[in-house]
Unconditional design. Sequence first.
Length: 86
Amino acid sequence: GLFRLVFFDCMKKLFSAAFGESLWAFRQSFLVHCQVRGIDCKVFSSWYDPEWSRHIAIWRPVFLLLADDAIEIEEDEEEEEEEEEE
């Protein structure tokens, strides 16, 4: 094919922190949809995964899209209190 969708499981923590569990559920649904429809996709545990390194060498990806908008993560209350004390 001309393209392949790549998913990283390590993004669950970021997505869940920024948007709650609903976005991760959407990601999983989209992944299953792609697999059922025969859309070329691959899942890696993280970008440190040796399989990802091999994938890059073979596919030579041109770009990586994480989101189409800024991802803001709220700070924990403990972190905010520490900053106020400083």
